[in-house]
Write a protein that binds this ligand. Structure first.
Ligand code: ADP
Ligand code: ZN
Length: 216
C-alpha cells in the first residue's frame, strides 16, 4: 500500500502516520523528521534545511525531492510506504509521480487531514518533544506526568523552534499557498479521501482505517 498524508502543519499527520505504519507494516517516511535528523547530526543538507525550516518556509524542491528519492529506493519501501509531509508543492507531486512511474508503481490513497486554523494554532503552541527518545506530548491534550519532563526517559522536554507562535502563522500561510493546491490535484485523480481531525487521534485512526478498508 502506497499512501500520502496531506494536511496542514499540526493536523496530526505524524500521529496518524505512526498508527497506520504500524497497522500496515509499511515504513513511515516523514520529510520533517528526515530534515531534523540531518540538522541534529550537522550534515550539509541539515545546515541548508535549517534556515528554511526556522523561518516557516519550505526547503527547496530539488533538495527535498533528492532526499525522498534516495529514501524510497531503500529495500523496505519496495512493497509500500506512507509519506508524511511530502509532497508539499506541485513540483514535488509531479516529481513523485515521475519517480513512481519509473519503477512501475502507483499511489493507492491520499488521506487529507482536515483541521481548522484556530485548532492548529492551539495544538502547535502546546506541542512538546523529547529530544532524546522522540516521544511527543501536548500540554493541553497529552501532558507528561511531571511538568517539562519526558515520561519515558526523564529528559527535559523541548519545543520545536518552528512551533513558536510567529512561525506557526507563517507555516500556515505556506501551507495555504503551496500545499493546499495538491488537494485538487489528487482529487482529480480520484485518490483523495478527507479525514476530519478535530477530535482525538484514536478517532482519526478509526476513520482512516474505515476509509482505507472500504476502498481496498
Ligand atoms: P509540520 O507538518 O507540522 O509542518 P514537518 O515536521 O512535516 O511539520 O515539517 C517541518 C518543516 O520541514 C516544514 O515547515 C518545512 O520547512 C520542512 N519540510 C518538511 N517537508 C517538506 C517538503 N516536502 N518540502 C519542503 N520543506 C519541507
Ligand atoms: Zn524521552
Amino acid at each position: 500500500m502506497r499512501i500520502i498524508l496531506l494536511g496542514p502543519p499540526g493536523s496530526g499527520k505524524g500521529t496518524l502516520a505512526a498508527d497506520l505504519s504500524r497497522h500496515f507494516s509499511i515504513p513511515h517516511i516523514s520529510t520533517g523528521d528526515l530534515f531534523r535528523h540531518h540538522m541534529r547530526t550537522g550534515t550539509p543538507l541539515g545546515r541548508l534545511a535549517e534556515s528554511h525550516i526556522r523561518s516557516g518556509g519550505l526547503v527547496p524542491d530539488s533538495v527535498t525531492v533528492d532526499m525522498v528519492r534516495e529514501r524510497l529506493a531503500q529495500p523496505d519501501c519496495a512493497d509500500g510506504f506512507l509519506l508524511d509531509g511530502f509532497p508539499r508543492t506541485e513540483p514535488q507531486a509531479h516529481a513523485l509521480a515521475a519517480m513512481l512511474a519509473e519503477s512501475g508503481q502507483a499511489l493507492d490513497h491520499v488521506l487529507d487531514l482536515r483541521v481548522r486554523d484556530d485548532t492548529i494554532i492551539r495544538r502547535l503552541s502546546g506541542r512538546r518533544l523529547c529530544p532524546a527518545c522522540g516521544a511527543g506530548y501536548n500540554l493541553v491534550s497529552a501532558p507528561p506526568r511531571l511538568e517539562g519532563v519526558c515520561d519515558a526517559c526523564g529528559k527535559p522536554l523541548e519545543q520545536r523552534a518552528d512551533d513558536r507562535a510567529e512561525t506557526v502563522l507563517r507555516r500556515l500561510e505556506t501551507y495555504h499557498a503551496q500545499t493546499a493546491p495538491l488537494v485538487g490535484f489528487y482529487e482529480a485523480q480520484g485518490l483523495l479521501m478527507p479525514v476530519p481531525n478535530e477530535g482525538s487521534p484514536a478517532e482519526a485512526f478509526e476513520t482512516a482505517l474505515r476509509l482505507l478498508g472500504r476502498t481496498a
